[in-house]
Design a protein around this ligand. Structure first.
Ligand SMILES: NC(=O)c1ccc[n+]([C@@H]2O[C@H](COP(=O)([O-])OP(=O)(O)OC[C@H]3O[C@@H](n4cnc5c(N)ncnc54)[C@H](OP(=O)(O)O)[C@@H]3O)[C@@H](O)[C@H]2O)c1
Length: 304
């Protein structure tokens, strides 16, 4: 049976991938306790032991603000580790699917970013993720037989994983009468389960007996549509209210980025175009609001 190695099983996307990859083969999943990505020699050893046909990397250093004070660790996990994965995959003839971020862009555009648009990260996290992309692409340039896909996504949330914007809004919305949320950063809230579905569609292509041509490369994938963090917060509270979720919040106030300073600058606009990946997906990604409704229902059923 086809063996798939899933790295990062406990993250938001990793948890969803356990479900979507299962029908495609024998999935061996590892989390931080089995594989520490800051120790590159462990990566090669594990991949050689498992001998997968496909490696999916859903692990990353994702603490965007903390990365400013831990640049070496962010670089090790987000750049050196994927490079090792690509080299080990190539040596085995395995394919690699790796995930990256909208934070490789500086947000100066006002129309959806294409895969060919120039990158310019604003902080250490974005820089480290871009270095990871470049490292995988360089392994492919040296060994074109390496099959790989890098999926850039954005504003990830889901029912699993440790925490995300939706869970935070529900928590503070249950405690406080007013929420103040940034309204001048625009992106696309994207559910972890939709990302896991898109990755399974790519994985299916890579696992075809006859190797698909020209599939390797960079892909953008998010839910459809666009929103500000303020719009997202309003929608989260509306969807929760519709389920009679107990909430204290009476008012959500839009604020500017300048009113909510963070250690890292974030792009003002980071909507990604889904145009390229449409050819691989069977249907266009659902509107972000539709996926949000499903996730809030899932969180509600976990709660009760
Ligand atoms: N979250 C977002 O808004 C967002 C936006 C754009 C792109 N992305 C990208 O999407 C992918 C999935 O993100 P996510 O939101 O699912 O992330 P997540 O929930 O933060 O999960 C990341 C996983 O990586 C693991 N990890 C971190 N450092 C590690 C290390 N040194 N060794 C082994 N495992 C380690 C974490 O382990 P622990 O559970 O032990 O910490 C966690 O399980 C990542 O590539 C991320 O960069 C995320």
């Amino acid at each position: 049976m086809t063996r798939i190695l899933l790295i990062g099983q406990d993250g938001q996307v990793g948890q969803e991938l356990q479900k979507t990859l299962a029908p495609l083969g024998e999935v061996m999943s590892v989390g931080r306790s089995q594989l520490d990505l800051s120790a590159p020699e462990q990566i090669q050893r594990l991949i050689q032991q498992v001998t997968p046909r496909l490696i999916v990397n859903a692990a990353a250093y994702t603490a965007v603000d903390k990365a400013e004070s831990e640049p070496a660790l962010a670089h090790a996990v987000n750049a050196v580790a994927p490079e090792q994965m690509a080299k080990s995959a190539q040596a085995l003839g395995a394919a690699l699917i790796h995930i990256s971020t909208d934070y490789v862009f500086d947000g100066s555009q006002s129309s959806p970013y294409l895969e060919t648009d120039p990158t310019h990260p604003l902080g250490v996290y974005g820089e480290s993720k871009l270095a990871g992309e470049t490292a995988v692409q360089q392994v492919h340039a040296a060994y074109p037989d390496l099959q790989y896909a890098i999926l850039r996504t954005a504003w990830v949330y889901g029912a699993g994983g440790k925490g995300n914007f939706a869970k935070t809004m529900l928590r503070v919305g249950a405690e406080r009468p007013e929420l103040r949320v940034v309204s001048d950063q625009i992106g696309t809230p994207t559910s972890a389960s939709e990302i896991a579905r898109a990755i399974a569609a790519l994985a299916e292509q890579f696992l075809q007996p006859t190797r698909p041509e020209n599939l390797s490369g960079l892909y953008h994938f998010t839910n459809s549509g666009a929103a500000s963090w303020y719009d997202f917060a309003v929608a989260i509270i509306e969807e929760a209210r519709a389920l009679d979720w107990p909430l204290a919040v009476q008012q959500i106030t839009p604020i500017t980025t300048a009113e909510y300073p963070t250690p890292t600058r974030r792009p003002a606009y980071s909507v990604l175009s889904n145009q390229k990946i449409q050819t691989i997906l069977q249907a266009p990604p659902p509107q972000w609001r539709q996926s949000l409704r499903q996730v809030i229902r899932e969180l509600y059923s976990q709660k009760s």
